[in-house]
Ligand binder design. Structure first.
Ligand SMILES: [Zn+2]
Length: 309
């Protein structure tokens, strides 16, 4: 609920390119001068909220318009489009608009189950906030500070889609859940973490992961042009010649790209790459499966051609 006494904030950070919603909130907390996180939570959300969701999704979107300064040009609508992965998630028909509306407008408690499923589909095994050291350097040059980038937190993204650098896992959150505002590392800290993480084994799928990161990055910004999962399935059908079942699609994927698919889903048994994956992997993580299929057919260029016709 929007509190009667909720006033517009006097300051709010100017969003940076590719930034995620959580990062904007964390930067607000830092510049607000608020003595405690509790006060910031109370000011923004009228109490503690689920910050995990804000990394990839808009958390309690209705409140945003109540407290954003009118001059800053940000609205809940713009935040959803540009600073969350909601459009990308919508490529999965598993998360319909009605669920989203209920989740974002309702109380935190009511939407909790669906929210964690949505966040799980988007983040997968990303437990910690990740960053690209080159992005930290270029952000610092341009904006004099860094931020958490949305694409770096998405399931399947191991490399920066801009710089091709392997992402570095920050130590945060320290517990299992993200309940604090952690500022993105500055250039010095990022450099130190980069040196510490060096010497990791070489990645035979580096090129594939780079391609996947670029595909997901495109989808984050352009999924609206595709619209629905049904439309994507029609694109696949036009390539495969027949009306493919999910099983056909997955078999196709596994037969062409088995090693990489196994690297992404090590817990799945490719021999059973049928019903089980459809039930678990695909249904849980279908935006990622779509990104893989798009790569299979020629990547972003293929999709751009399809969406133009
Ligand atoms: Zn980068």
């Amino acid at each position: 609920m929007i509190r009667e006494d909720q006033e517009h904030l006097l300051v709010f950070p100017i969003p940076m390119k590719g930034e995620c919603w959580y990062s904007l909130l964390a930067r607000y907390h830092a510049i607000s001068g608020n003595r405690s996180e509790k006060y910031t939570f109370d000011q923004l959300f009228g109490g503690k909220t689920v910050l995990d969701a804000a990394v990839t999704l808009p958390a309690r979107v209705k409140l945003i318009d109540a407290w954003l300064p009118r001059e800053c040009g940000l609205t809940s609508d713009r935040i959803i489009r540009e600073f969350t992965a909601y459009q990308y998630l919508r490529l999965s028909s598993r998360f319909p608009d009605t669920a989203y509306q209920r989740l974002m407008q309702g109380s935190a408690k009511r939407g909790r189950g669906m929210r964690s499923q949505m966040a799980g589909a988007l983040r997968g095994r990303h437990q910690k906030l990740c960053f690209c050291p080159d992005c930290v350097r270029s952000d610092t040059e341009e904006y004099h500070h860094s931020c958490w980038h949305l694409v770096h937190q998405i399931n399947g993204v191991r490399y920066c889609p801009i710089h091709g650098m392997r992402l570095i896992e920050s130590p945060w959150p320290e517990g299992e859940k993200l309940v604090h505002f952690y500022p993105a590392p500055d250039a010095e800290m990022a450099g130190q973490m980069e040196r510490e993480s060096r010497g990791e084994e070489t990645d035979v799928f580096q090129d594939r992961f780079f391609e996947l990161a670029k595909t997901i990055d495109w989808l984050l910004a352009n999924s609206e042009r595709i619209g629905t999962e049904e439309r994507l399935l029609q694109f696949y059908e036009s390539e495969l010649g027949t009306d493919p079942s999910w099983q056909d699609i997955l078999k196709h994927l596994a037969s062409k790209d088995a090693g990489f698919v196994l690297e992404l889903f090590p817990e799945e048994d490719l021999v059973r790459m049928g019903n089980d994956v459809i039930k678990h992997g695909l249904r849980q993580q279908s935006p990622l499966f779509h990104a893989l299929m798009i790569m299979r057919f020629g990547g972003v260029q293929w999709l751009e051609r399809k969406t133009q016709t």
